[in-house]
Design a protein around this ligand. Structure first.
Ligand SMILES: Nc1ncnc2c1ncn2[C@@H]1O[C@@H](CSCCNC[C@@H]2Cc3ccc([N+](=O)[O-])cc3CN2)[C@@H](O)[C@H]1O
Length: 267
């Protein structure tokens, strides 16, 4: 069995609720301090969109998982947001959130926090409804395919977001680099890519599933982006404090990159 097929097999036991519990509830989701990892991620995304440089018709979120936090600061800057994931269980969680079904994960602390740090006086229910209105497609994706969205692919997106996906679905560094190259075909030349991921992580837990992760360093991420034809505008790293090393993974830190796909060179 190829190692990529083995990765796909391992995801069959992925439990969205356990994954959300592990990473998006306290202690990792503590909004009282910007030193905590979730506020750090939200601040990086809010800052990037506040520059006004990242906007357009369509944004694609690559490997959304069962989360929407990564789209909260994007929703003012795009007409349409497309969420994607490999697993139907995750796409179903996202569809239920978009439809406002009551039994879903409570993202309100995240929405309130983003409204606060954006400082535009936006009410959190307003932002929630705005994102629900923009999130018009929730599509299957496989980043190991040269065309990750298959026949669903429309015209290239104006921007991409991806959080904790590529390194968590790649068995090794070459596969990670190929996956980045594959998803880059979804982005127009000159388009912006906001990429968040795990540094030096080798596994994580999601219920019964124990998923392998290819450990990547800052230098590995920068090299992969360079090989895929990106200019890096901003690269930040967060060092995971011992208090947030809670056994659900062995992540050393988190990286945030604002990169831009270089325009096609003219002859
Ligand atoms: N072939 C594929 N193509 C696209 N997506 C695929 C494919 N296979 C699986 N997927 C899809 O990709 C997956 C995305 S979730 C990946 C989780 N990454 C690791 C985890 C995340 C995390 C989060 C937060 C924090 N923190 O400190 O705040 C730390 C960490 C570190 N551990 C999952 O949705 C799966 O369904």
């Amino acid at each position: 069995m190829s190692s990529i097929v083995a990765v796909g097999e391992s995801y069959q036991k992925f439990n969205p609720r356990a994954y959300l519990q592990n990473n998006y509830m306290p202690p990792r989701a503590d909004f009282s301090s910007e030193d905590c990892v979730v506020p750090w991620k939200l601040r990086r995304l809010a800052e990037a969109f506040a520059t006004g440089d990242i906007h357009g018709r369509t944004l694609i979120d690559v490997g959304s998982g069962p989360t929407i936090y990564q789209l909260l600061s994007a929703c003012d800057h795009f007409e349409e947001i497309i969420a994607t994931d490999y697993l139907e269980v995750n796409r179903a969680v996202l569809r239920r959130w978009v439809q406002g079904e009551p039994d879903g994960f409570d993202w309100s602390p995240y929405i309130k926090h983003v409204c606060r740090i954006e400082g535009k006086g936006e009410q959190w229910k307003e932002k929630e409804q705005k994102l629900r209105g923009k999130l018009r497609q929730i599509l299957p994706i496989d980043v190991h395919q040269p065309e990750p969205l298959g026949s669903q692919v429309g015209q290239p997106a104006d921007a991409l977001v991806s959080t904790f996906c590529l390194e968590a679905v790649s068995p090794d560094r070459p596969s990670f680099e190929r996956a980045l190259s594959n998803v880059t075909t979804l982005l127009k030349p000159g388009g912006h890519f906001l990429l968040i991921g795990a540094l030096e992580e080798s596994f994580y837990l999601a219920g019964e599933a124990k998923l392998s992760v290819v450990p990547v360093s800052e230098a590995d991420v920068k090299e992969a982006l360079s090989k895929s034809g990106y200019h890096i505008h901003n690269f930040r790293s967060y060092l995971m404090p011992p208090s947030l090393k809670i056994g659900v993974d062995d992540v050393s830190g988190v990286f945030f990159v604002h990169a831009q796909k270089k325009p096609v060179a003219c002859d």
